[in-house]
Structures are given as structure tokens and as C-alpha cells.
Design a protein around this ligand. Structure first.
Ligand code: SIN
Length: 535
């Protein structure tokens, strides 16, 4: 890769009255689209940047829904409590309060934008998911919630004439001269440097770095790596949430089989049809995802099989097909009818709990750079995200990002209680994603997965370090996809190695219990290697 030629402005140039009012929003999932629409409503002139097309994002595949306390028997306080309980001692109570208390107002925004939530007797229908004490999951099109939200917001953004740059990849962020300067690379049009505009990072998580993942291939965590390269503080990177029930058949994608099916009564069984959670987990099929995943791993260890079964045959057929059309359509392509056939399932990487550290106003540690959605680490999920809180997080902290864009004020994330530094040296620049991504995916799945241990993490870290020396750019060049993927994987691995306990989604077989000394947030930042409490 040679030195970079950078244009100074987009072509054709847009009339810019005040760049501070022209935010650049990177990422077109629920967070990016929502921020763009709210900016537009409030008189800003946003540009939305997306690395493939406006349609493609993790949001589109979200089946479960959006959690919000709307039921007569529910309250925002109960939602707050459930969120804190799921997070296993690490949820930031203030962040979770913001999330749950502001949820109803953000749902009202979505209704105003035209999202067709499913209703019963004229009221929004509410479903049940694991670790929620009340039915509070809003859905649209049955199990097509993400698709319906994405389509509604996307059409509206186009109708509003919001400037959209498709097939445009964020290459770097630089805050060394004060405000942010970013380099974007548009397919077929080369690179542009954009300076002086506020940046909202909403590039999503890193789930698809794992060999087995419920995420689309765009979810490679490149925004996390790019922010880190710019000097951003990351937190909670060791917490990767695995989903217990992704479709498991040789050669098939690990398509999500929504937890809402278990909420409706579907049961997990061995290949012989015996329930294996009953009597072992108090909440049975509706226990938190980490414990269900580990119980499935144990069962797979005993049986030697590659999957267990999710038996939804007790749910009436009409109900099954009306409530879960996406899952039923998908299964039909494999000749399965869930009203008759138990579904082969196994865990898959699903959600990146950590990411770019932010405060309650979506401010990162980089001046002029805000972050929201899965990329951001707000502290709302703690060590374990409560189901259907993720689309909500994009909305609630997206709104707070818009507020910051309108009335910028200084601030940023709290310093974490512990900090690990990772050193980044220039490498050989052989960035071949087709070769690197499968190696990274295999290492993460084998050594940094549902059950981890110190020696495995250390070995994975060394191997990722070797891969990084190959693909990390030479001095003065920009990092590519392989280098960013490797860096994100290395960060997850390093954080998982540092956290010598088990908590929430992070399970270490060599430290199988939570430890009081680790009831604290772990940060990762660039710099000379050292670990310890912050001064
Ligand atoms: C699901 O539908 O099971 C996933 C929902 C979520 O991850 O919040």
C-alpha cells in the first residue's frame, strides 16, 4: 500500500454554512439512522456514511424486539432493576436509568416515524424474553422487528433528503490537532479527508469476527479499532455475548432463532428429546444467555453432537407462523416446519457488550467524536446484556448524541478502575482480509469463546500478535480490514486475559466465580504495556 492521496472535499461540494451543524454519522443501523433523522428534525444537516448499502446492518437481522416498560403491570423502575440484575454487578446504574426511563419517549419517536409495531386490541403487543420480570418486548412484523425498524427509518431518511454516502468506509480518525479529521474511502472514488465536522460513530459491533456468529458479515468491529487507533478509551471489551440458539446445520449460516420462541414456550432438549435445563437452572429456558449457553456447551460435550434441539412443537401452528414468520420462512428453506420438527441449534457470538467508552451524553474520550449503538460502551449492559435492550440503547443514546450536537459541552467517560495498555507498532502491511479473517475467527471461537481460560487466552493473544505484525500497516499508511479485525480481536483477548474471574458473559474455567476485586470496569487504551489501577 503506497502513500495516500487525499482530496480536500467531497465532490460536488455542498454549501456549508457552519460545519459544526453538519455532523458526519458513520453507520446505518438503528443508531445511525435515528441520529440522522433527529438531526434533520432539529435543523442540522447530517451526512450518513455506510460501508455497504443503507439496507445492510446488524439491526436488520434483530428479531426479538425492543424492551420498554409499557404494560399495565410494568414500570420503568422494574425495567431498570431487570437490566441491573442481568448485568451481574457491573451495570452503571445511572446509564441504565437513562436507558430504561427514556425508553417510552424513544418508542414514541419510532411510532411517529411510522414503525409498525404489532398490536393486540389496539395496544402495542408485548412479548416475554429471558430475564425480564414482565412482558415488555415490542415487536414488529412478528420476528422481523429489526427489518421493520430499519426499513421505516431508511425510507424516511431518503424521503427527508438526508445525504447518504454508500459504499464509503471510515479509514481513520485523527484528533491530534484538536477537532476530528476523518478519512473516508468511497468505492471507485478514492479517499477524502473531512475536517471540522462533528463525528458520530455508530458502526456497530464485532460479532462476525467469530467463526460462529449470528451477525451479518459487516459486523467486524472496524469502528472500534479505528477509534482505538485514534487514542479512544475502550471499556468492557472482554464481554462478548453469545446467543444460545442459532441455527446449526453443516454449511448453513448461524441464523438467529429468536429467544422469543423460548418466551412462547419452546424447550431445549437433547437429540433424544430430553429436557436438560429443567431442574438445573431455576429459570429453565428463560435463564440468562450465558448460563443457557454454558449448559448447551456441557450437553454438547457429553453427547459429542454439534447441536441440541429447540422444540417449539407445543406452540399452536397458527401462532407459530403468525408470530415468527422470519424464522419459519428460513427453516422452510431447509425443509423444516417448526410446528412438527425440532430445530437444531447451537450458540453463536451475538453482541459486543463493550466498545468505545462514552459518558451519558455519548461523548467519547476523543474531542468532537460521539458514539452510540453497539459500538459504544455506555455501561448499561454491565457484564451481560438483557435481551432486547440493544436496539433501545441505539435510540436512547442516539438521542443524547443529538443533544450534544445541538449544544456541545465538554465531558467524556469516567476513567475505568483498571486499565490495560496495548502497544501498536508498524507491521509488514500484508493485509489480506480473505486470509486473515478466517484465522482470527477460528482463534476467537476456539480460545476466546463461551468458556475461556488463561493459557488459551495467552496463546490466542500471542498468535493474534503474530498475525498483527504481518498485516499491521507500515509507518504512515492506513490500516485495512484485516489489521482492524486483528486489532479488535487482540483487544477482546487481552481484556479477557486480564479479567481473572467469571462474571456475566465472561466465563473463565480457571476462575469460575466472580471476585469482589473485579467488580469494576476494565479499560483498554493504546500505549506502553502496563496494567493496574489508574492513578
Ligand atoms: C433474539 O431475538 O433472541 C435476540 C434479541 C436480542 O439479542 O436482544
Amino acid at each position: 500500500m503506497g502513500p495516500h492521496k487525499v482530496q480536500e472535499a467531497f465532490e460536488p461540494p455542498k454549501p456549508v454554512s457552519d460545519p459544526a451543524h453538519q455532523p458526519l454519522i458513520i453507520g446505518s443501523g438503528i443508531a445511525g439512522l435515528f441520529v440522522a433523522l433527529r438531526c434533520r428534525e432539529l435543523g442540522l444537516r447530517p451526512t450518513l456514511v455506510t460501508k455497504t448499502t443503507l439496507e445492510e446492518s446488524n439491526t436488520r437481522y434483530a428479531q426479538g424486539g425492543i424492551a420498554t416498560a409499557l404494560g399495565d403491570d410494568d414500570s420503568v423502575e422494574l425495567h431498570w432493576q431487570d437490566t441491573r440484575n442481568a448485568g451481574d454487578g457491573l451495570v452503571d446504574p445511572e446509564a441504565a436509568r437513562v436507558l430504561t426511563f427514556e425508553a417510552p419517549a424513544r418508542i414514541a419517536d419510532l411510532v411517529r416515524f411510522g414503525v409498525p409495531f404489532d398490536t393486540v386490541d389496539g395496544k402495542i403487543a408485548l412479548g416475554r424474553e429471558a430475564a425480564h420480570s414482565r412482558a415488555r418486548i415490542l415487536h414488529a412484523g412478528g420476528d422481523a422487528t429489526g427489518f421493520q425498524v430499519e426499513e421505516t427509518l431508511r425510507s424516511r431518511a431518503l424521503a427527508e433528503g438526508i445525504e447518504v454516502l454508500e459504499r464509503t468506509v471510515l479509514r481513520s480518525v485523527d484528533v491530534s490537532t484538536g477537532g476530528p479529521t476523518v478519512i473516508l474511502s468511497t468505492h471507485g472514488r478514492g479517499e477524502v479527508r473531512v475536517a471540522g465536522r462533528p463525528i458520530v460513530l455508530a458502526t456497530g459491533g464485532a460479532g462476525s469476527l467469530y467463526r460462529q456468529s449470528s451477525n451479518p458479515s459487516v459486523a467486524t468491529g472496524d469502528g472500534i479499532a479505528i477509534a482505538f487507533r485514534a487514542g479512544a478509551l475502550l471499556t468492557d471489551m472482554e464481554f462478548v455475548q453469545f446467543h444460545p440458539t442459532a441455527f446449526a446445520r453443516e454449511g448453513a449460516p448461524r441464523f438467529l432463532i429468536t429467544e422469543a420462541l423460548r418466551g412462547e414456550g419452546a424447550l431445549l432438549t437433547t437429540l433424544r428429546g430430553e429436557r436438560f435445563l429443567k431442574g438445573r437452572l431455576a429459570q429453565g429456558e428463560l435463564s440468562t444467555r450465558d448460563v443457557v449457553c454454558r449448559a448447551i456447551c456441557d450437553e454438547l460435550g457429553h453427547s459429542g453432537a454439534g447441536w441440541v434441539l429447540l422444540d417449539a412443537t407445543a406452540i399452536p401452528r397458527d401462532r407459530l407462523f403468525a408470530r415468527f414468520p422470519t424464522v419459519c420462512r428460513f427453516l422452510a428453506t431447509y425443509g423444516l416446519d417448526p410446528s412438527r420438527d425440532p430445530i437444531p441449534v447451537a450458540p453463536a457470538a451475538h453482541y459486543t457488550i463493550g466498545g468505545v467508552a462514552t459518558d451519558l451524553e455519548a461523548r467519547t474520550s476523543l474531542p468532537g467524536v460521539l458514539a452510540c449503538g453497539e459500538l459504544a460502551s455506555t455501561g448499561v449492559h454491565g457484564a451481560n446484556r438483557l435481551a432486547s435492550n440493544s436496539l433501545l440503547e441505539g435510540l436512547v443514546f442516539g438521542e443524547r448524541a443529538v443533544r450534544q450536537l445541538l449544544h456541545p459541552a465538554p465531558g467524556g467517560p469516567k476513567p475505568p478502575a483498571r486499565l490495560v495498555r496495548i502497544r501498536l507498532d508498524p507491521g509488514e502491511g500484508h493485509d489480506e482480509p480473505g486470509r486473515i479473517l478466517p484465522r482470527v475467527g477460528e482463534l476467537l471461537w476456539a480460545q476466546v469463546g463461551i468458556v475461556r481460560n488463561g493459557p488459551g487466552l495467552a496463546e490466542a493473544g500471542r498468535e493474534l500478535g503474530r498475525i498483527q505484525r504481518e498485516c499491521e500497516p507500515r509507518s504512515g499508511e492506513l490500516a485495512g480490514r484485516g489489521a482492524n479485525a486483528t486489532l479488535t480481536a487482540r483487544i477482546i483477548t487481552r481484556a479477557a486475559l486480564a479479567r481473572e474471574e467469571s462474571r456475566g458473559a465472561h466465563y473463565r474455567s480457571d476462575f469460575p466465580r466472580p471476585r469482589a476485586a473485579w467488580r469494576r470496569t476494565l479499560g483498554i487504551a493504546m500505549g506502553a504495556r502496563r496494567a493496574g489501577p489508574l492513578a
